[in-house]
Design a protein around this ligand. Structure first.
Ligand code: SF4
Length: 358
């Protein structure tokens, strides 16, 4: 695209953005901490769904220091509704790193930002451009989709070829203009959210349609090129709710299990029907034979789907006379306190069904 066209395209884009930009609370003061947390959350959560959970998160943890000092369990709780809990844990690690290396402040430079746990290329570009005016283009899913259409790039969106062509174009675009890089990044992202959307883009309302090759050629439906869908792996999750006569429940801290690392859960066995593989959360090979020999009752199945897995949870109630388990990842707690320990939504669902069945 010639330089003159690139500049005109940016002017049209920014003029549109300044008219329609959403006054999201976390963007208004361009506070680097808020931009960091919200960008991480928005990578997995739609913006409208994230607004309330973000407000809650900031009310608990208003700055880097409070996050660094926060208890991990409280951080996970405050992050409810904002994506995977591994992200929340990484945010806390990031806050500890910032306290140790940068006096609790986010650094301005991209190269320093990408050293912070939880901050990848995308988030570093967003923070450095939006908060510090650095010329670092953001290349997220929305921007990739727009560029695939504007430049008619046939390579798959997540390919190296696509990434390299896009960065070449964006860097040139940012280098050769004096327009604020933070606004440009936000404008591109907003265009992808509102106009150049997945499926059928709203080209008639698009501020940059005069510069869009796919629109000019009448083949926007061909971009981005379709991606082969990956089938989700089916998993049968056998979950055991051990209940003593005194209504105590056996829970386990999963330090290094297949799912939900670091979470409190119930002793479980995962079965992968495609490969016949089984993974147990307990270390002793005869755990189940030893402790689940009591009659146990199958509870209703709970279905749960995550990015790469389709999960069927089969919970069982195992009533026990007494339980003496040596392994210190296990602990017994009164039934009424169980829900305080369950952070993952799949586990809360199982627990609710169990309580309803009592
Ligand atoms: S003209 Fe259509 S396809 Fe091109 S950038 Fe605008 S919305 Fe996207």
């Amino acid at each position: 695209m010639p330089l003159k066209n690139r500049d005109s395209m940016l002017s049209c884009l920014l003029a549109w953005f300044h008219k329609v930009r959403e006054p999201y609370f976390f963007r208004q003061d361009r506070n680097p901490y808020r931009v960091w947390i919200s960008e991480v959350a928005l990578q997995q959560t739609r913006i409208q769904a994230a607004l309330q959970p973000l407000e809650r998160f900031f009310s608990y943890f208003p700055d880097v220091i409070s996050l660094a000092q926060g208890d991990e369990k409280d951080v996970l709780h405050a992050f409810r509704g904002l994506g995977y809990y591994s992200r929340a844990k990484n945010l806390k690690k990031g806050a500890l790193y910032l306290v140790e290396k940068h006096h609790g402040q986010l650094p301005e430079d991209y190269d320093d930002l990408v050293q912070v746990p939880s901050i990848g290329e995308y988030t570093a570009s967003a923070i450095s451009s939006v908060c510090f005016g650095k010329k670092n283009p953001v290349l997220d899913g929305n921007v990739r989709r727009i560029l695939s259409r504007i430049l008619r790039i046939a390579a798959p969106l997540d390919s190296k070829e696509f990434t390299s062509l896009s960065y070449q174009f964006l860097r040139k675009l940012f280098d050769e203009t004096n327009m604020p890089p933070g606004d440009l990044n936000e404008a591109m992202m907003e265009l992808g959210q509102k106009i150049c959307i997945k499926g059928k883009p709203k080209c008639q309302e698009c501020p940059v349609c005069d510069f869009c090759e796919a629109f000019q050629e009448g083949d926007t439906h061909l971009y981005p090129t379709a991606k082969k869908k990956q089938d989700k792996v089916p998993v049968l999750w056998h979950l055991y709710i051990f209940q003593t006569k005194e209504k105590q429940i056996l829970l386990q801290k999963w330090e290094n299990f297949y799912f939900l690392k670091g979470h409190i859960s119930f002793p479980s066995l995962l079965e992968f029907p495609q490969t016949q593989k089984q993974i147990a959360s307990w270390p002793a090979p005869h755990f189940l034979e030893t402790y689940a020999q009591h009659p146990y009752k199958a509870l209703s199945v709970v279905k749960h789907s995550i990015t790469k897995h389709n999960i069927q949870i089969h919970p069982y109630l195992v009533s026990c006379e007494n339980l003496q388990i040596e392994d210190n990842s296990f602990f017994l707690i009164p039934q009424e306190s169980v829900s305080e320990h369950l952070v993952a939504s799949a586990l809360s669902k199982v627990w609710q069904k169990f309580l309803q069945s009592q």
